[in-house]
Ligand binder design. Structure first.
Ligand code: BYC
Length: 474
């Protein structure tokens, strides 16, 4: 169980390490200062019906109740230790899992933890203004739940930095509060976390696509031979699942509403659909193209010696590493990556070790395809002849083999001129953003009411009805 009587709730016996406890108690007000500046706008007095973790056990680990967000009990929760756990891949395979950082891997491990940690506050910053245009109290509560949990994920990484990386770790923990999403001088580390999330369609796309990168990266880190990282990521994954649910159902409800309006009014032209105050399927497709491609970049270069090093060192594994039936060393295997040669995209086999980013990206794409198929079902059930498609892997990429090339959604290599000609058909234009924004000019706060552009969910939170007061504004 988690001890909530402590100033910093935790299940790591923090009270026994006074120096660490003091260091984290010093960081805590800085975190709260960051939350006050960069957390959800105007929200400090709201009472939000939030879920708080009370135990790390798979059953009964959460409790629901009204919380003012600045009083949310952010803390440090690791899954229990398995004494028999080993390093399961790479050159140290078969050794007992490390309880301390191996000296020779200190700097690369710190770098991975910092990169992971940096995404968490970044997403809160990106979503800062959205509460002011929420489509319902249910959705407002959900975004706040996501935000406080991203804050907790930051705590998870900061704990590792403070506990295992001494002064360097403390400095990195401060820098995590100093960088800002989209800032030209001190931006967040990874590209997607500097993109704006200007509206709720973007938010749901982000939680479907980008939070799922979070899932796959956390799964890879949960395989780590560095046991405290593995244990903390395992617990974070339970929270991540809810974020992806918010994204998938959010987009699905928008599609549902659009399809309902199209059928009721017997219309299919996007401008007629817009005239009814809902989001046309073509715009949804363009948002999908954008968020998918920007998130694919988060897996890094297709061929990466960094990724090979992380793996060989036993620090970052593959998705479901221990379930895979091979030698877990990968010195002989190869893996296909794609590259642009002239005006063709061709496969090239490279050593599997260097292709681990690409492999994780492919695992991710498999799951994305399933989710998009579920969205398609909503359209098919409505009997509307429209197909949502995932663009080609090389479409609109800025990292890896496709960077610098112009690839169409169907995978043709284009000239820059041809790309420019079609760009506004494939990616959201300023007109699209303006239109979506125009639907979200104010917030919907009446109990049980939903904005016109989104269908209500099938059920409420924790068995409450849809007209439950999920947020009290005071
Ligand atoms: N943008 O060798 P490469 C989440 C840099 S999301 C900008 O391919 P590597 C969440 C790279 O840093 C999950 N720069 O890189 C979701 C390197 O820089 P240097 C976050 C990029 O290391 C929603 C250079 O390019 N977790 O949790 O193999 C809400 C060469 O690249 C990008 C992690 O990412 C980019 N997209 O792979 C909240 C896990 N990509 O050395 C939270 C930890 C690459 O030249 N991170 N670069 O200066 C990693 O494992 C790796 O850093 C990466 C990159 C997979 C990201």
């Amino acid at each position: 169980m988690i001890d909530y009587t402590e100033k910093i709730p935790n299940n790591v016996d923090l009270g026994r390490d006074r120096v660490l406890q003091r260091a984290l108690e010093h960081w805590q007000p800085a975190f709260l200062g960051w939350w006050s500046d960069m957390g959800p706008n105007e929200s400090s007095k709201y009472e939000v019906y939030l879920r708080t973790a009370t135990s790390v056990e798979p059953d009964g680990w959460a409790q629901f109740g009204y919380v003012r967000m600045p009083e949310y009990r952010w803390g440090i929760f690791l899954q229990p230790r398995d004494e028999t756990r080993q390093v399961n891949f790479g050159r140290h395979k078969g050794q007992s899992a490390w309880q301390d950082v191996p000296g020779e891997y200190r700097s690369i491990l710190r770098r991975v933890i910092v990169t992971q940690g940096d995404t968490e506050p970044a997403s809160v910053e990106q979503q800062k203004a959205l509460g002011l245009s929420c489509p319902s109290l249910y959705d407002l509560r959900n975004i706040f739940q996501v935000n406080v949990e991203e804050g907790r994920h930051l705590w998870a990484m900061v704990y590792l930095l403070h506990r295992y990386f001494g002064r360097d770790g403390r400095e990195e923990a401060e820098s995590l509060l100093a960088r800002r999403s989209g800032d030209t001088d001190n931006p967040r580390i990874l590209g997607a976390f500097n993109e704006p999330t200007p509206d709720w369609l973007a938010f749901y796309m982000f939680t479907f696509f980008t939070d799922r990168d979070g899932k796959f990266q956390l799964c890879a880190l949960a395989e780590s031979g560095f046991d405290p990282l593995s244990r903390t990521c395992r617990f974070m994954l339970t929270e991540e699942a809810h974020h992806m649910f918010v994204g998938e159902t959010g987009v699905s409800r928008i599609i549902q509403r659009t399809c309902d309006v199209m059928k009721e009014n017997n219309i299919d032209d996007p401008s007629d659909v817009r005239a009814m105050g809902v989001i046309d399927l073509q715009t949804i497709q363009r948002y999908l193209n954008f968020h998918y491609s920007v998130t694919l970049d988060l897996y890094g270069s297709d061929v990466s010696s960094n990724a090979a090093n992380y793996y060989t060192s036993g620090l970052k594994g593959r998705f479901r590493e221990t379930k895979l039936a091979d030698d877990h060393i990968l010195s002989e295997a190869d893996y296909p990556v794609w590259e642009v040669v002239g005006d063709k995209i061709v496969a090239k086999h490279v050593p599997s070790l260097t292709a681990l980013n690409e492999r994780l990206r492919d695992d991710y794409i498999g799951e994305i395809e399933d989710g998009v198929a579920r969205w398609q079902k909503v359209i098919d059930t409505a009997g509307i002849p429209f197909r949502l498609t995932l663009p080609h892997k090389g479409f609109h990429r800025e990292i890896g083999n496709f960077a610098g090339h112009h690839i169409s959604p169907t995978g043709e290599v284009l000239t820059e001129e041809a790309w420019k000609h079609h760009e506004s058909e494939w990616l959201p234009s300023s007109t699209d953003y303006k239109y979506v924004q125009s639907l979200m000019s104010g917030r919907v706060t009446e109990l049980g009411k939903f904005a016109n552009w989104i269908a209500p969910p099938i059920r409420g939170i924790n068995n409450h009805p849809l007209n439950f007061e999920y947020v009290r504004f005071n």
